[in-house]
Design a protein around this ligand. Structure first.
Ligand code: SAM
Ligand code: SF4
Ligand code: SF4
Length: 353
């Protein structure tokens, strides 16, 4: 079911900026606005680890909006065309419209999105759109109240998320993508219900294999539902046809319903790794740049920034980081090995999902 890259994909990567050791350009910057979250999804921030006394980043450790703007502008100068605000939960930052307004002014960005758990979205969706945000991705693992509650660490209310989706659609933050992390025995039996709900809505549901991000979510291969298994189930109910990637480096394998009721995607980091086209970097809320979602280390851009580096110096640092990049974790991991190697991976909520 893998969609092969076409010549036109390759054409799209032609352009400026550094290439890493595998020839991949830097095109996509994901910016974690803050490390805090109002949910405790067990696959991301399990409550046992992120309890009331957990020390999140302090205010002075966080990048200011102005600092984020400077780093983003430098990244755009090196070829970045896609920006995504994420976290943690980015909408916990009540001043986020200011950051959006700053970033939306950068010329050269053709895709500007935000990923949210949707719980705080409804009242602010129009303000985000007015500030210049183009679209949102909303995480929603189940429509079943009890399952949703469990998968959000007893914090989430599915009605609020659905209201958020509706408000985002009204505000024109489209196309809306709905991220669903699928876990065996937890929500895998409810996927067809979720797809039925969104068929015909114009929103694109993306089914994500539970990933071994970080070290704290107790990941096990037997909790992963391979995309091909879901594909078979869905195909039996609603026949599908493959759609090509809309841009080089897109992580989802896209499919359309043959009856014209919209599109879905599969993100299959475990069973179909896609490092070859990976053009993404992540900036943590405290200004560390990571070149892979599974990285064990990153490079602080906050330090040089606060020590007075000018834009040319920042561009030089960023460029050197990218030129040395050799990451291809998903292709190298052996998910079915008896024991997973003990890597000190940085947590996903920290570097930005
Ligand atoms: N809080 C926001 C949210 O949940 O949308 C943004 C940050 S969250 C880290 C970004 C995305 O990562 C979410 O869609 C979430 O479901 C996904 N995610 C987190 N942990 C994951 C895991 N172990 N495997 C797969 N996806 C995961
Ligand atoms: Fe929070 Fe998003 Fe992680 Fe859930 S997935 S704990 S909402 S950061
Ligand atoms: Fe990119 Fe790292 Fe994921 Fe591979 S494992 S696709 S290099 S983020």
């Amino acid at each position: 079911m893998t969609v092969r890259h076409t010549q036109s994909d390759e054409d799209q990567v032609a352009g400026t900026g550094p290439r890493d050791t595998m020839g991949r350009p830097l095109r996509d910057l994901r910016i974690s606005v803050l490390d805090r979250c109002n949910f405790r999804c067990p696959y991301c921030m399990p409550e046992t680890q992120y309890h009331a006394d957990y020390q999140f980043l302090k205010r002075q450790e966080l990048l200011s909006h102005e600092e984020i703007q400077r780093i983003a502008a430098v990244a755009v100068g090196l070829g970045v065309t896609k920006l995504r605000l994420t976290g943690g939960e980015p909408l916990l930052d009540k001043t986020i419209p200011d950051l959006i307004a700053r970033l939306s002014k950068l010329s050269g960005v053709d895709d500007f999105a935000l990923t949210t758990n949707g719980s705080l979205l409804a009242p602010i969706a129009q303000t985000l759109a007015d500030a210049g945000l183009q679209r949102v991705t909303i995480s929603l693992d189940s429509l079943d109240e009890e399952t949703f509650r469990r998968m959000s660490g007893n914090r989430g209310d599915v009605t609020k998320v659905l209201q958020g989706i509706e408000a985002a659609a009204e505000a024109g933050l489209t196309p809306i993508k709905i991220n669903v992390v699928v876990q065996r025995g937890v929500n895998d039996h409810q996927i067809l219900d979720l797809l039925a709900h969104f068929r015909g809505s114009g929103h694109i549901v993306r089914l994500i294999e539970f990933m071994d991000v970080g070290n704290r979510n107790g990941w096990r291969l037997d909790q992963v539902v391979p995309s091909r298994e879901l594909y078979q189930q869905i195909q039996e109910r609603w026949p599908l046809r493959a759609i090509g990637r809309s841009y080089h480096g897109e992580v989802a394998n896209r499919y359309g319903y043959l009856d014209g009721q919209g599109e879905i995607g599969f993100i299959s980091s475990i069973t179909e790794p896609f490092c070859g086209a990976c053009n993404r970097a992540r900036l943590s809320a405290d200004g560390v740049l990571y070149t892979c979602l599974f990285a064990t280390t990153g490079t602080s851009l906050r330090e040089p920034l606060r020590n007075g580096a000018d834009d040319a110096e920042l561009a030089d640092i960023l460029s050197r980081i990218w030129l040395q990049r050799a990451d291809r974790y998903s292709e190298l991991r052996k998910p079915d090995a008896d024991e997973q190697p003990l890597l000190n991976k940085v947590e996903m909520y920290r570097m930005g999902g």
